[in-house]
Structures are given as structure tokens and as C-alpha cells.
Design a protein around this ligand. Structure first.
Ligand code: FAD
Ligand code: NAP
Length: 312
């Protein structure tokens, strides 16, 4: 029986592995279906990680040392996809792809979430070169420059507000007249002078050159196309939370979730099921940053150690 099964090997999972093994747990396995490192390995640069300001290192370079450090302290990695987790009496059964299963006293789920893509022309081509899904990470590059935000939900409007304190102007492009975001959020955005709402419109194309994005073609529902020379384009059209491992055979979640499929945890990263913890981008209120995912992982692992001591 494992002391702890960690599901997902991004910043949250790796940090949980470091703290669990350094904290004395002997038998900890991290199940990561790919190479460890998580979604930040797709990024060409790291922003907002304290003490780290070299821009010549990719996300892949940055995460490489994390796994080496964990493995030095005894964390084991199985490159397997987890299908689901079930509580069986006082422990958990972790079922892997192919049907094999593993027993664990505790589980920390760190499977992250994936920002959705909108599907316009040029989105993939310029992703990371002007097209972004993270204002906190990339907003700073557009200081005093105009940017476009796509989406009409709470995330789009909250991030538009954040960007309005950095960028010269923020053009929020939304496909309908009515906004999905909460009315107070919309009111706050409307009061901000440098935020401009462009409704009944979509991004027709992200336009650029070899250096990256240079602007956007915005198509109104009446068919007219307007070009804007905005070098930053932030896409906020929802997230897919990677929560399928928490579903039972009937498709019901085994722990409490909010309406958007995020795991409800307390400040100790405890879920509603004793012994089951969740950390990183998949939890409620996650700031979706490497530093906070890592912080969550450390908290969850320290709680796992206390939980196991209490059970003995
Ligand atoms: P993730 O990093 O998403 O890791 C989850 C892991 O779980 C993945 O490796 C996945 O393969 C694995 N997994 C999922 N399901 C299963 C399963 N069923 N079985 C086994 N394994 C599974 N943040 C910053 O702070 N600064 C930045 O500059 C920055 N730039 C970014 C740039 C890009 C392009 C992207 C996409 C994100 C960026 N972020 C940045 C956000 C940051 O990457 C995330 O907040 C952080 O990685 C979240 O960590 P996590 O461990 O919660 O999840
Ligand atoms: P969301 O509510 O699903 O909104 C996504 C937005 O993107 C919608 O306005 C949608 O338009 C638009 N959209 C979707 N696909 C598109 C496409 N292909 N092209 C153009 N536009 C597209 O997502 P979210 O804003 O990330 O929020 C997710 C959940 O978290 C929501 O329930 C939200 O309330 C919640 N949340 C809450 C807070 C908070 O309480 N402070 C903060 C952030 C998020 P339509 O409206 O036309 O569908």
C-alpha cells in the first residue's frame, strides 16, 4: 500500500512529491501520464516565479530540475494515466489505464486544467507569440500598448480589468450583446475608461509576421471586418478542468465540486473526503500560476503527513 498516490506531475504534483518524501514518507508514487512538468513546459518563458528572471530558459528547462530534485528524495514516477480514484474502506484504490490498480492510504489530485481555444484563424500559429490565455503571465509585455480580450464571461471581464491597469486600451470582443459575466463585474468594467466593449463580434483572424502577432481582424455579426493593430490577444473562453479521475462508475464526483467542475478544498487543500486532497489549477479559486500550484502541493503534502500520523 502506498503512503500517498499523487496524480499529475505538474508544479503542484512535483512539489507535493518533494514535501511528502522529504517529510519522511517512504512510499510515494506520482502518476503522470506524460513527462513530468505540467502545462508550463509548453511555455517558452516563465513569468512571475520569484527569484527567476532569466528569459533564456524555457518552461521545459525550468521544470527539468524540479523532477530531479524530487527523485533524489525517493519520489517514484509511473508514466501512467489514472482512470479513476475510489475510496475503499479507509484507503483508496487508484485505477490506471489498462485496468491495473494500486492501493494508497492518501491521494493528492493535481491534474490541472486546460484553457479552451476559440478556434479562429491564426490562434494556434501565434499562441505564445502574442496570443495568450494568461493575463497575469503575459500582460506586462503590453505595458502602454493596446490589447484585445476575447470572451464575455467572468474570467474575460476580470482579466480585462486587470489588463486595463497595464495596457493603454483593452478591447473586449464578445460574440453577443449580453454578457455572461456577473452584473457587478460588467458594471465595473463599463466604468473603466480604457476598456472598450466590442459586442456582436468575433475574432476573424489573428494577424502577424515572423516576429509574432501584430493585430486582429474583428468581424461584426453584420459582416463588416475591422482591423486593429493590437499586439496582444488574450483568449478567455472557458477552461476544461481535468477532473475525470474524480468520477465514479456512474459519472458522479466522489468529492464536493463547484458548478464549474473545480474541486472544493479548504485552506489545507482537504477535499470533502478524508484522506483525499486536491492542489493546483483544478481547485476552487486557483490563481493558475506556477508559484501558487507549488504552494498548494506543499500544503497538501504536509497535511498528508499529519493525516497518516493521526491514523496510526
Ligand atoms: P498542470 O501544470 O496542468 O499539471 C497537471 C499534470 O497532470 C499534467 O502534467 C498532466 O499530464 C497530468 N495529468 C492530467 N490528467 C492525468 C491523469 N488522468 N493521469 C495522470 N496524469 C494526468 N504560470 C506562471 O506562473 N507563469 C507563467 O509564465 C506561465 N505561463 C504559462 C504559459 C502557458 C502556455 C500555459 C499553458 C500556462 C502558463 N502558466 C504560467 C500557468 C501554469 O503553467 C499553471 O498554473 C501550472 O502549471 C498549474 O500547475 P498544476 O500542477 O496545477 O497543473
Ligand atoms: P464562461 O463563463 O464559460 O465564459 C466563456 C465566454 O467565452 C462566454 O462569454 C462565451 O460566449 C465565450 N466563448 C466561448 N467559446 C467561444 C468561442 N469559440 N469564440 C468566442 N467566444 C466564445 O468561462 P469563464 O469566464 O472562464 O468562467 C467559467 C466559470 O467560472 C463561470 O461559471 C464563471 O462564472 C466562473 N468564474 C467566476 C468568477 C468569480 O466568481 N469571480 C471568476 C471567474 C470565473 P457566450 O456567452 O456567448 O457563450
Amino acid at each position: 500500500m502506498l503512503d500517498c498516490a499523487i496524480i499529475g506531475g505538474g508544479p503542484a504534483g512535483l512539489t507535493a512529491g518533494l514535501y511528502a518524501t522529504r517529510g519522511g514518507l517512504q512510499n510515494v508514487t506520482m502518476f503522470e501520464m506524460g513527462m513530468p512538468g505540467g502545462q508550463i513546459t509548453q511555455s517558452s518563458e516563465i513569468e512571475n516565479y520569484p527569484g527567476f528572471f532569466e528569459h533564456d530558459k524555457t518552461g521545459m528547462d525550468f521544470m527539468d530540475t524540479w523532477q530531479k530534485q524530487c527523485f533524489n528524495f525517493g519520489l517514484k514516477h509511473e508514466m501512467k494515466k489514472v482512470e479513476n480514484i475510489a475510496k475503499t474502506g479507509d484507503h483508496f484504490t487508484v485505477t490506471l489505464e489498462g485496468g491495473e490498480s494500486v492501493e494508497a492510504m492518501t491521494v493528492i489530485v493535481c491534474t490541472g486544467s486546460t484553457p479552451k481555444r476559440a478556434g479562429f484563424k491564426g490562434e494556434d500559429e501565434f499562441f505564445g507569440k502574442g496570443v495568450s490565455t494568461c493575463a497575469t503571465c503575459d500582460g506586462f509585455f503590453y505595458k502602454n500598448k493596446p490589447v484585445t480580450v476575447l470572451g464575455g464571461g467572468d474570467t474575460a471581464l476580470e482579466e480585462a480589468y486587470y489588463l486595463s491597469n497595464i495596457a493603454s486600451d483593452v478591447y473586449v470582443v464578445h460574440r453577443r450583446e449580453e454578457f455572461r459575466a456577473a452584473p457587478p463585474t460588467l458594471d465595473r468594467v463599463k466604468r473603466k475608461e480604457n476598456i472598450h466593449l466590442v459586442t456582436n463580434s468575433v475574432i476573424e483572424e489573428a494577424v502577424g509576421d515572423a516576429m509574432g502577432l501584430t493585430g486582429v481582424d474583428i468581424k461584426n455579426n453584420d459582416g463588416t471586418i475591422t482591423h486593429m493593430d493590437n499586439p496582444g490577444l488574450f483568449v478567455f473562453v472557458g477552461h476544461d478542468v481535468n477532473n475525470s479521475v474524480l468520477k465514479d462508475e456512474n459519472g458522479e464526483f466522489i468529492c464536493k465540486m463547484n458548478d464549474w467542475g473545480q474541486v472544493i478544498v479548504d485552506l489545507s487543500m482537504k477535499t470533502s473526503v478524508p484522506g483525499l486532497f486536491a492542489a493546483g489549477d483544478m481547485r476552487i479559486e486557483a490563481p493558475k500560476q506556477v508559484v501558487s500550484a507549488a504552494g498548494d502541493g506543499s500544503i497538501a503534502a504536509l497535511q498528508v503527513i499529519s493525516y497518516i500520523q493521526e491514523q496510526q
